[in-house]
Design a protein around this ligand. Sequence first.
Ligand SMILES: Nc1nc2c(ncn2[C@@H]2O[C@H](COP(=O)(O)OP(=O)(O)OP(=O)(O)O)[C@@H](O)[C@H]2O)c(=O)[nH]1
Ligand SMILES: [Mg+2]
Length: 436
Amino acid sequence: MKLRKFIGDTTKDALAKMRAELGDDAVVMNTRSLPHAERPGTMCTEITAAIDEADFKEPKRALVSAYRTETQSETSHTPYAKDIQRYAESLVGKQLQQLGMSSQPTRARQPQKQPAGERTNGKTAAATEAMSHEHVARLQHDIHVLQEQMQELVQSVRFPHRNLFSGNAKWLVDQLLEVGITEQRALDITGNVVAEGEADRKSSSIRAARRRLTNGISLADPISLTDQRQVFAFVGPTGTGKTSTISKLAAALKLAYDQAPLLITTDTFRIGATSHLQTVAAIAGLPYETVYSSQELRNVLKRQTDHSFVLIDTVGRSPLASAELLEIKHFLQAADPDNVFLVQSSTESSSYFDAVEQAYTAIGATTRILTKSDESSLGHLSDSLIRSRLPLAYIGTGQAIPDDLEPASRTLLAELLLPGLEHIIANETEPEVIIG
Ligand SMILES: Nc1nc2c(ncn2[C@@H]2O[C@H](COP(=O)(O)OP(=O)(O)OP(=O)(O)O)[C@@H](O)[C@H]2O)c(=O)[nH]1
Ligand SMILES: [Mg+2]
């Protein structure tokens, strides 16, 4: 039996090193957290691994290397799924054997009565209890290690190309995949991050990946006061937040420019829809009109000329409802707006998101507003946002009116596309520069 220790930033990193060195037959004997030698204040993981001398002479790297060659050559990964499954089973089996448990299903044992003469006294009972505590702790620990190994295997089967990377780069690929970024984009971004030497630290790799994620997304300027009246219409599927966004914007514009925007609703289709905006207008003291036809809308806009901003609400429609979308198009033609904001929720799937864009640009949408970013990461929409012809103007970050609406910026987008990693950036503080 050969024993070796491996240190990594995480258990996953240490396991990867172990496999690279000892092959797939290595067995984890122990893991523990240690203070990081190079980064004071942070922890790393040490794994003690064991392997039979015989196995070590002939490490089973064949599977990994064949696997890599296969994935690099762009062919299907499915033939290797079985190998990985077998490997996973052998790992589990070994761990169970190590714990003195069979990996084979066994028949339930009958509880055995202890002969009266062999009953343990108080001292041995305490010792037995202490041992069993230790045993349970060790079991819990080993199960945790097993879970991590299984997760690693499942990831490798789902996303085989991630195995082209190791260390921080592989970790970055996993972070990108976890928020729904496509495998192809995750690999492209990570490849660039590595090539530019930005994967030395997790914090620098996060920053670099975020820059790359947001670079291709086009942004629109937020609404500002001009010397002309500006008319804005808001369209989109049902419930995406059109009326709420109009309410937020109306309040923000009134606050910023001391100009009360005129609110108009064309959403007379559903009972109660008009009262939503009407109530907001009443509370905020804003002028308000309801119109039932495109001609009526034309008349109102002709009559009401002394407002700097006009915000027009429309009924929510599915991208598949072509006849109803045509009605909205007629309203838009009558209003001849400066901008038609397509209001889309971050919770939409990427395919629905694309379908909505296609249907609504066909009737005149020019700019995008993303809502409900507080309910979902934007990772899964990354490809759609980069491909899109609609620049992004605002991001809705919650239900509160008027606070939860932000002008779109790369900084905000970066945090929404790859969220939840601030603690890593904060922990990996730059080393102090000593001069002299
Ligand atoms: N969490 C969250 N909820 C939001 C956001 N924007 C809007 N909502 C909520 O989404 C729901 C629907 O909002 P509305 O403004 O009525 O949506 P709409 O697009 O006008 O809906 P229809 O008129 O029915 O098509 C409401 O409960 C809003 O509070 C946001 O940014 N975050
Ligand atoms: Mg509405």
